[in-house]
Design a binder for this molecule. Structure first.
Ligand SMILES: Nc1ncnc2c1ncn2[C@@H]1O[C@H](COP(=O)(O)OP(=O)(O)OP(=O)(O)O)[C@@H](O)[C@H]1O
Ligand SMILES: [Mg+2]
Length: 249
């Protein structure tokens, strides 16, 4: 199976060399746990290999993200000029956000796609009409709109997004925001079942430590044990460089 390197130092060693090609991996964690940094590294690694990478952002504006990435030594400016990297802010308050997103995902021939984060989309109310999903609710009374908190509706949102990512043939990362101290794998409680892989990032304030765990990874033998990570120049690094199966006891 083709493996796609994440660019996170020492991490690929514990997942058989990288993420399965064309898979969708959920990266979840509380605020400041390193979700966006993980995504920047994944994108940077793709660009280094000459791959086309798309970064869709729903919470933060592109300029701020580029500054944040540059701060840790990942400069995307040249890649953007060369057309290898594209950062796009999706405004969920705008009509046609779904259409814009899927058009972008399906039309670009992308090798890597990042959606940071999926949480606002999964919580957005939608209108289902003639079996197509439309984000444009104009002309309908509020009674026509299913509640965004309603589980089946959230699942439809997420399936729609996952289907687009799957169809694109890219290898994708989606992030989910977890409340501090939560034991959930995603904010919506569904994404972890739909994704091919789940990586959680955690903060241990008392010990002043950061942890990364692989909770699920399709076609991959991996440890469930939390791995200690650090964030510094270049982004996230796993503290151990030894594949777990080879590690001395
Ligand atoms: N140069 C650096 N050296 C060490 N740690 C850093 C550095 N830059 C950022 N960090 C750490 O990374 C955190 C930000 O990581 P990131 O933005 O990826 O988190 P996130 O999980 O995406 O958060 P959010 O859910 O708020 O978007 C900071 O809060 C800080 O703890
Ligand atoms: Mg973030």
């Amino acid at each position: 199976m083709e493996r796609i390197k994440t660019g996170v130092e020492n991490f690929d060693d514990i997942i058989n060399g990288g993420l399965p090609a064309n898979s969708i991996t959920l990266v979840s964690g509380p605020p400041g746990s390193g979700k966006s940094i993980f995504c920047f590294q994944f994108m940077y690694e793709g660009i280094k290999n000459g791959e086309k990478c798309l970064f869709l952002t729903l919470d933060k504006k592109v300029d701020g993200l580029l500054v944040q990435a540059k701060e840790i030594g990942l400069d995307f400016e040249r890649a953007i000029e060369q057309g290898l990297a594209k950062f796009l802010f999706l405004n969920i308050n705008k009509k046609l956000v779904y259409e814009t997103m899927t058009n972008e995902i399906l039309s670009g021939d992308w090798d890597r796609i990042i959606l940071d984060s999926i949480t606002p989309l999964s919580e957005m109310p939608i209108c289902i009409q003639d079996t197509t999903i439309k984000s444009d609710a104009s002309g309908f009374s509020p009674d026509d709109l299913p509640s965004g908190q309603n589980l089946p509706v959230r699942r439809i949102h997420l399936l729609y997004i996952m289907n687009a990512l799957e169809t694109s043939n890219a290898t994708s990362l989606i992030t989910s925001e977890l409340p501090v101290g939560s034991n959930m794998l995603s904010r919506d409680g569904i994404s972890e079942f739909l994704a091919d892989g789940v990586i959680t990032l955690n903060l241990d304030q008392t010990m002043d430590r950061r942890k990364l765990s692989v909770m699920k990874m399709r076609n991959t033998r991996h440890t469930l044990k939390p791995q200690e990570i650090q964030i510094g120049e270049g982004g996230i690094t796993l503290k151990t460089s030894m594949p777990v199966s080879h590690a001395k006891v």
